[in-house]
Design a protein around this ligand. Structure first.
Ligand code: G4P
Ligand code: NA
Ligand code: NA
Length: 195
């Protein structure tokens, strides 16, 4: 809908192609945040998953927090962000090891056990989808809590990486706002996400 076109326009205006692999979006999405854009993104994700009985939105710190909060606001449900470092106050963590492709190292996801319940229908929201390793970590955490993953909403997908296939092969509904087919100093070539 409208939000897809709005996000793509803002990416073209304010994003920076750092290489054919990495898109910088720090001025509106994951460092500095455009609140009006987040509101529109949240409304769009909430509308798409409106009838799926979502009880909670989940994301990973830090880039996913802004769109996840906006989505939770529009759905009228809580948002939980999974942490990448275990705070001393976390008494009973669920944990999952994730391999970061971009940083070429492993890191630990953790979330306080009681925050995700077995009866939860959870919507995963994130800023970027690359290989889907972060997504697999979330799935591991939700499995431990015996909660149901009802869908995934992604702001920007890099469609040549295999994140889309990972999510689809697991039978999880996926909704992407902006799908990058390729990018270079000449600009971005958009993909048509089938959803
Ligand atoms: P994957 O989980 O999908 O396999 O992806 P990968 O390991 O490659 O990505 C790790 C991190 O890099 C994630 O954020 C992800 O959002 C981000 N990322 C991946 N591709 C891009 C890109 O082209 N541009 C930008 N700006 N980010 C990208 P993170 O490092 O876990 O943390 P945070 O930045 O959200 O705090
Ligand atoms: Na992220
Ligand atoms: Na990021």
């Amino acid at each position: 809908g409208n939000t897809m076109e709005e996000l793509k326009r803002i990416i073209e205006e304010k994003g920076k192609v750092l290489s054919d692999q990495v898109l910088k979006t720090d001025s509106f999405l994951n460092h500095s945040v455009d609140p009006v854009l987040m509101d529109h993104i949240g409304r769009d994700f909430a509308g798409h998953f409106r009838d799926d009985g979502i009880t909670k939105v989940i994301t990973i710190e830090s880039g996913g927090i802004a769109p996840a909060l906006a989505t939770a606001m529009h759905l009228g449900v809580p948002m939980v962000f999974v942490k990448k470092a275990r705070p001393v106050t976390m008494t009973a963590p669920l944990t999952a090891t994730v391999h970061s492709f971009t940083k070429n190292r492993d890191y630990e996801l953790c979330v306080e056990q009681g925050l995700i319940k077995a009866e939860d229908h959870v919507l995963f929201i994130d800023d970027f989808l690359a290989n889907g390793d972060a997504f697999k970590g979330i799935l591991t955490l939700l499995d431990q809590a015996q909660a149901h993953l009802a869908g995934a909403g992604i702001c920007i997908e890099k469609s040549w990486q295999h994140g889309r296939k990972t999510i689809r092969d697991l039978g999880i509904p996926l909704y992407v706002l902006a799908s990058v087919k390729s990018m270079s100093e000449d600009g971005i070539v958009w993909d048509e996400p089938d959803q």
